[in-house]
Design a protein around this ligand. Structure first.
Ligand SMILES: *[C@@H]1O[C@H](CO)[C@@H](O)[C@H](O)[C@H]1NC(C)=O
Ligand SMILES: *[C@@H]1O[C@H](CO)[C@@H](O)[C@H](O)[C@H]1NC(C)=O
Ligand SMILES: *[C@@H]1O[C@H](CO)[C@@H](O)[C@H](O)[C@H]1NC(C)=O
Length: 397
């Protein structure tokens, strides 16, 4: 409630033209009523209620991979994505977990997935998380059912446990550094993991990553992407996108390091009594500059995609919409879904297609309103949707 009031006040105080504040979402929507929302269609929906797709990745061959958070920790592939009859196939059920979270490609056709145990929705069990490798590159196992065009099934192996972390959630790969990823810990920090050596460093823990107090879920820094030398992250209940400059190895800049461990000066996890995060590399946070990219008048900012021109394509989960934000013009618009409609019910992650014929398609996955029913009552099985952004330029994206 506090944040909602603050949100409204901020939007009013800062006004419609303030850069970095997407308070003109509806205005843009109105002006471009002939082209918005963009056309979308359903590619796949589970047959059962209680399903929550959490994240999605696109393979270079055009297939999609998606992770299931509830009710089981499973990885699926969606093949024939651009046909009239896409096929979903279960690839693997992960052991010793209750749910999967983020996924990122770390080398050609090799992915890393995070997962762990939860007491309940967004209620992770400390120290139960691990990172797994899913490789289509080293696989020689012939496919038997619903095969993708390359006729191979991936191999799976656990890379490492993350016993010292609470909520490893979003994953993204550092460009040009095979096997180096940045991982959001939604309780308030940013990890850098090199899966070649299994080295894990907490490389940032700043107030902009900390969960906003007063909400039922400990969910601060969540979605993550790297674009043009910056790491971008959503702080979900702050409804704000932030960014920070990183170097070519994925470390925040400017920073300074020493060999000794240094406890953080801020306390991002004050609301988690048993947890005191530590920064492995000693980083001078006073010299790390966090920029606010955009604040949105929504309740929750979930995962997002960034297109080549820097436009952010943000999913809003309980607000049942996908919102685009052009960083150059500060223009924003709801491009899919509506608060009271089921079309994007619980939409929570997005990725652009990677082939010549679908690079304009934004693939999104949903939780079906599981945690926040549409109109307070409507829940549906999780699904995968395709949003056609061909008209993006016409409406300023
Ligand atoms: C941080 O920046 C200040 C001002 O530029 C500089 O004087 C200081 O040496 C920097 N600290 C570190 C540890 O690099
Ligand atoms: C976003 O969704 C929440 C949960 O359904 C709702 O309470 C809130 O009013 C919505 N906010 C906006 C700005 O639509
Ligand atoms: C939510 O309520 C609105 C207004 O009554 C209605 O138009 C809409 O169809 C409802 N949505 C769902 C998913 O039932």
């Amino acid at each position: 409630m506090y944040l909602l009031i603050l949100t409204t006040l901020l939007a009013q105080t800062l006004g419609l033209t303030a850069p970095g504040v997407a308070s003109d979402i509806n205005a843009v929507n109105h002006v471009a009523a002939n082209t918005l929302p963009f056309p979308s269609h359903q590619l796949f929906q589970f047959g059962q209620l209680g399903t929550w797709i959490e994240n999605v990745a696109a393979r270079s061959n055009g297939d999609l991979l998606f992770t299931l958070l509830q009710p089981t920790p499973q990885l699926y592939t969606l093949t024939a994505v651009q046909s009239n009859n896409p096929q979903a196939t279960l690839l693997y059920t992960f052991p010793d977990m209750t749910g999967l979270l983020g996924i990122t490609e770390v080398a050609p056709d090799i992915f890393v997935v995070a997962g762990g145990k939860f007491h309940g929705t967004a209620d992770p069990i400390f120290g139960t998380f691990s990172l797994w490798q899913v490789s289509f590159a080293d696989s020689h196992i012939p496919c038997k059912i619903n095969c993708s065009p390359d006729n191979k099934q991936p191999s799976f192996k656990k890379l490492l446990d993350l016993p010292d972390h609470v909520y490893p959630n979003g994953l993204t790969s550092v460009p040009g550094r095979l096997g180096v990823i940045l991982v959001t810990d939604s309780t308030g920090s940013l990890l850098r993991v090199d899966v070649n050596s299994n080295q894990v460093d907490t490389v940032a823990a700043v107030p902009e990553m900390v969960p906003v107090p007063g909400w039922p879920f400990l969910m601060g820094i969540n979605g993550i992407k790297i674009y043009n030398g910056y790491v971008y992250w959503s702080n979900s209940f702050a409804a704000t996108m932030y960014r920070m400059a990183i170097d070519k190895d994925g470390f925040p800049v400017p920073t300074s390091y020493s060999s000794s461990d240094t406890a953080m000066t801020t306390d991002p996890a004050a609301s988690i009594p048993s947890f005191t995060p530590k920064v492995e590399a000693s980083i001078d946070f006073t010299n790390v500059t966090v920029e606010t990219v955009v604040f949105m008048p929504i309740t929750f900012m979930d995962d997002f995609a960034i297109s080549d021109d820097g436009t952010l394509w943000i999913t809003t989960n309980p607000n049942n919409t996908v919102v685009a934000y052009n960083q150059d013009t500060a223009k924003s618009a709801v491009v899919a879904g509506e608060q009271t409609q089921e079309v994007m019910a619980g939409v929570n992650a997005a990725v652009f297609g990677r082939t010549a014929t679908d690079s304009h398609i934004l693939y999104v996955v949903t939780a079906g309103g599981l945690n926040s029913p549409v109109n307070g009552t409507f829940v549906e099985p999780a699904k995968v949707m395709a949003i056609d952004t061909s008209n993006a330029a016409a409406v300023g994206f």
